[in-house]
Design a protein around this ligand. Structure first.
Ligand SMILES: [Zn+2]
Length: 68
């Protein structure tokens, strides 16, 4: 996957958490809904696929494949 900002090839990896699904929360005062990500469990830990751009220091998550 190429970075949307700079088009550098991104590094595939994962954001790992504990046993609960990761959620994106809107800023305080916003009425936007929470987004819950798939757990993609790895030994009981959350393992959400994400791509890292080393040039921009940006993480990208494809919600079409990673949203619960
Ligand atoms: Zn970039």
């Amino acid at each position: 996957m190429k970075c949307a900002k700079c088009e550098t090839e991104m590094i595939k990896g994962a954001i790992q958490g504990d046993r609960y699904a990761l959620k994106w929360a809107p800023a305080k005062g916003s009425s936007a809904p929470y987004i819950t990500l798939k757990r993609n469990s790895l030994l009981g830990r959350t393992n959400t696929e994400a791509f890292h751009c080393r040039n921009c220091e940006t993480l990208t998550i494809d919600l079409k494949s990673q949203q619960a």
